[in-house]
Design a protein around this ligand. Structure first.
Ligand SMILES: Cc1ncc(COP(=O)(O)O)c(C=O)c1O
Length: 397
């Protein structure tokens, strides 16, 4: 599919984030939303994807009967852009996110976003917000959130005829501000995140709604995450909150095979690295009782890469499985984490072809517009200051 040139859709009076590369507090960024300059949008209407639109508004104008609001026709993705020591910006395995979004779309009868369109939109969103890609060495990254929603109005339960594909970005802080430390997790037996033949294997918003209560309970009880079990038998490990689970023993990397877990791109990459490090990789069912045999355990996903697990408590069975007695991450977790992050930040060669370099954009309409807008804002600020000074002088007269 040929991607059409962009359309500018810029609202000059939108709140402008005046922070610059120099003034942002990169080291203390939370893992939360921050306004950036632009997002990129594309609409499916009358049987076609339109042109990419560059948008400065953070809001979506949408019909109240849109299917995403009523019937959960919503898919999203999450990936990151990393700034290297060489100042180059790298995206990690974005085609995998594109494919996963297409699989999600197919499963809930949404219009699929072609891989080229996904790629183009993600790259454009990063280029346009280049000033928000955190500096190398801060551990912070630019989180990229592609979103696909049914915007067509329907009242009966059926798929929409119109869709919006949108990509926004936001800088996020390092996941482990206090260092790469294992945390405690808890097995969840009261709730299921996904049904055996449900939507657990695709990235739809409904799965996350289904996990909110159990995750809140786990957090309230002092655990960093909930471990979900297979919904049918409550016998096997499924996932660890919004991350895949893995265990290490006898030089093996073992991770669950289940239809109700999301195929994690991080997990897939860790399996490749584990093999590369001479380990055996097993993707199979993991019975809860097998937890007692693991030397190390971790949860993995884009946000943290690896969250090493110190212990897993099974309250109903009154059991605690401990993986780290000294409170430190095990050597395998440590090594896998270092290798994967080294590839992502460009410290290690991209031996597996996982990286896309985001080329810098030339001075174009957008950056000209940015300069213009800054000048306007500065002159407004100067006028306000002048006015305030004049008033203050008049008062003292
Ligand atoms: C339910 C769930 N499992 C696993 C993952 C990890 O996937 P990835 O490594 O592709 O970020 C995510 C995050 O997207 C998730 O939401």
């Amino acid at each position: 599919m040929e991607v059409q040139p962009v359309i500018l859709n810029i609202d000059k009076m939108e709140a402008y984030n005046f922070n610059t590369m120099e003034t942002m507090d990169w080291k203390n960024l939370p893992f939360g939303y921050q306004k950036t300059d632009y997002n990129v949008r594309c609409y499916w209407r009358d049987g076609n994807w339109g042109r990419l639109e560059i948008c400065s508004s953070e809001f979506i104008h949408m019909h109240m009967a849109a299917t995403c609001l009523h019937y959960g026709q919503e898919a999203f993705e999450g990936l990151k852009a990393y700034r290297g020591a060489d100042n180059q910006i790298r995206l990690f395995r974005l085609e995998e996110n594109a494919k996963r979004m297409a699989e999600t779309a197919e499963y809930i009868l949404m219009q699929k976003v072609p891989v080229e369109l996904f790629r183009d939109a993600v790259i454009k969103a990063v280029q346009l917000n280049e000033r928000f890609v955190p500096p190398y060495g801060t551990g912070a990254t630019l989180y990229v959130r592609p979103l696909l929603i049914g915007t067509g109005a329907e009242v009966g339960v059926k798929p929409a005829k119109e869709y919006l594909f949108l990509v926004f970005v936001t800088p996020v802080g390092a996941y482990f501000k206090e260092g790469f430390k294992p945390t405690d997790m808890v097995i969840c037996r009261e709730y299921d995140r996904a049904a055996p033949l449900g939507t657990g294997h695709v990235k739809v918003g409904g799965n996350y709604a289904a996990s909110l209560l159990s995750l809140k309970k786990a957090h309230d009880e002092g655990y960093s995450s909930a471990i979900y079990l297979d919904a049918r038998e409550k016998k096997y490990i499924d996932e660890s909150g919004p991350a895949n689970f893995f265990g290490i023993k006898d030089n093996k990397y073992i991770t669950p095979r289940s239809r109700s877990i999301l195929p994690s791109i991080t997990n897939n990459s860790l399996m490749v690295l584990a093999k590369d490090m001479g380990m055996e990789v097993e993707q199979r069912q993991i019975e809860i009782s097998e937890l007692s045999t693991f030397e190390e355990a971790g949860a993995c996903g884009t946000a943290a890469v690896i969250s090493p697990i110190r212990s897993i408590t099974d309250p109903q069975m009154e059991k605690v499985y401990v993986f780290s007695k000294d409170g430190k991450a095990g050597p395998v977790c440590q090594k896998l984490y270092s290798r994967l992050t080294a590839i992502q930040f460009g410290d290690e060669p991209d031996k597996f072809g996982w990286i896309t370099i985001v080329e810098p954009t030339e001075t174009n309409t957008i950056s000209k517009y940015k300069m213009e807008l800054k000048e306007i804002m500065h002159s407004v600020a100067a006028n306000v200051k002048n006015y305030a000074n004049k008033r203050a002088k008049n008062k003292t007269k």
